[in-house]
Design a protein around this ligand. Structure first.
Ligand code: ATP
Length: 505
């Protein structure tokens, strides 16, 4: 069963400690939008910087043992609207959706589940939002009330939208409805946010907020080739906001309407694409381990043919790196997609824009449109995976919980505390803080009881706390507390920098 209690506790901790708040909260919020508080911003920036460091500044070794070549880019959120016609998003970026005429709620068709009594071909079906525990138990209660009997799991018939004929929908009660037959057939719904550029709000001025960062990379492929010393195979990486008017934003920041992506378009010769595809699937799955996401909670899953994106053609596949989120457990939810996009995007833009985007390969003496392998990760979803992974209950601690962040992404690397706010201790602690704060994000806090300060650092996921006490005045030694083991050891005040260097690199 999905772990609803853990998810609720994570959301509550995120709000209480300033990781993530609902956007426009004082106005009642806006569904699908979130704001990052001080700790959340630091955490998100650390995940973002780790990705950029490992993809662009210090990319991995490729299949031949040599570092791969990757450069960075930062393109506009709003582009010429013809971009989205060429990319297929205007025509194809649709989610089939089901409306409920009674409750006025709207659901993504592939996110609806249907519950009936096994063997009963004429009785009612009850719809629920899959992955939403309370919606499923509501549907089950409605079914039991309808058949006037308690049902065991074996008595239940579960199915998805593909099994729901028009006749069946007519005898189905929606997730938030009382009457049967109020759900519409699935209809297409364009997920792109529309806006207008300039003073006039007519169709000629219509434009879209980008639904993915990838297209900005394809648009600049030629610019990058012409201005930098890149040679195929190479990659262009970009991190930035993307916007999708999701039908059912849910599960905290897992599915929101404004989010961030970390995308790499890796350009290679078509013959080499299978080799690079395999390389990036493996490399990207392993990368999550470097920021503390355990391999046991990750899965590499190949898309079924009916799931393939609109750009996928014969012979092109997609692997998802999936994470076992509390709300999907024991199942998994997508964290990152690694797609073999062939030369679809470059050839679409070449055709629609009438531009020459072919690459001349001097080594092969051949002109061609490179094929593309695209590891496309969610930064916001990545932050959620990191939060879920770090959340650790411990009834023996005053906070009852601590966040076991990998030191690489921990928002605060160490706390520097005087045991009491007097007797010359604050001066020593603040001098250490001032000396090291340019190198590490540290928190200096002289107030409150030491227990309360430790508890706050546990919830913030701070790996180390240094405490200056009366003994420090005599020996120069202070105590360092390790967040995960609660072990305490003595370190000289002149060695704090070296200690952090050893632990954090
Ligand atoms: P899903 O099937 O969950 O809608 P997708 O397959 O449409 O996702 P992609 O287009 O492959 O997603 O986007 C790449 C990554 O961007 C995803 O793996 C995910 O991490 C992130 N992402 C996509 N949509 C959202 C969203 N609405 N909110 C947060 N992150 C998202």
């Amino acid at each position: 069963m999905p772990d609803t209690a853990t998810m609720e506790a994570i959301v509550s901790l995120c709000k209480r400690r300033g990781f993530i708040f609902p956007a426009s909260e004082i106005y009642g919020g806006l569904n699908g939008f979130w704001d990052y508080g001080p700790l959340g911003t630091a955490l998100k920036n650390n995940v973002r910087d780790a990705w950029w460091h490992d993809m662009v500044d210090c990319p991995p070794d490729g299949p031949d043992g040599q570092p791969v070549s990757i450069v960075g880019l930062d393109s506009s959120i709003i582009q010429n609207p013809r971009v989205w016609e060429a990319s297929g998003h205007v025509g194809g970026f649709n989610d089939p959706m089901v409306d409920c005429r009674e409750s006025k709620a709207r659901y993504r068709a592939d996110h609806l589940g249907f519950l009936g009594r096994k063997g009963d071909t004429t009785g009612q079906f009850f719809a629920f939002v899959s992955g939403d525990d309370s919606s499923m138990s509501k549907a089950r209660k409605k079914l039991e009330k309808y058949v006037k009997a308690k049902l065991s799991d074996d008595d239940l018939d579960f199915c998805g939208i593909e099994s729901m004929t028009t006749a069946r929908l007519a005898i189905t009660v929606g997730p938030d409805a009382k009457e049967a037959g109020t759900l519409t057939e699935p209809r297409q719904f364009n997920l792109m946010f529309k806006t207008y550029v300039g003073a006039l709000q007519d169709e000629d001025a219509a434009a879209y907020l980008r639904p993915e960062t990838a297209q900005g990379i394809f648009l600049n492929f030629k610019n990058v080739c012409d201005t930098s010393r890149v040679r195929v195979p190479f990659g262009i990486a970009q991190i930035g906001k993307a916007f999708r008017n999701e039908v059912t934003p849910r599960n905290f920041i897992f599915r929101s309407r404004e989010f961030e992506q970390m995308e790499l378009e890796f350009f290679c010769h078509g013959d080499d694409a299978p080799k690079w595809y395999e390389f990036w699937c493996e490399t990207r799955k392993n990368w999550w381990g470097t920021i503390g996401v355990k391999n046991d909670n990750l899965l590499l899953r190949s898309h079924d043919s009916d799931e393939l994106a609109h750009y996928a053609k014969d012979g092109c596949g997609t692997f998802d790196v999936e994470y076992r989120f509390p709300f999907t457990a024991p199942g998994y939810g997508e964290l990152e997609g690694v797609a073999h996009r062939s030369n679809y995007d470059l050839s679409q833009h070449a055709q629609h824009a009438g531009a020459k985007l072919e690459y001349f390969d001097q080594e092969r003496n051949e002109r061609y449109l490179p094929h593309v392998i695209e590891p496309s990760a969610g930064l916001s979803r990545g932050v959620l995976a990191v939060l879920c992974e770090a959340y650790t209950e411990d009834p023996d601690r005053p906070s009852g919980v601590y966040m076991k962040f990998h030191p690489r992404v921990a928002p605060i690397k160490a706390g520097i505390f005087p045991l009491v706010n007097k007797d010359g201790l604050p001066e020593i602690a603040s001098a250490i803080h001032r000396e090291l704060r340019g190198k590490y994000r540290l928190e200096y806090d002289p107030k409150q009881s030491i227990g309360k300060r430790y508890a706050r650092m546990d919830e913030a996921g701070t790996p180390f706390c240094f405490t200056v006490d009366a003994g420090t005045l005599e020996t120069g030694n202070l105590t360092v507390r390790h967040r995960d083991t609660l072990a305490q050891e003595s370190v000289n005040k002149d060695q704090v920098g070296n200690f952090l260097e050893d632990q954090l690199g």
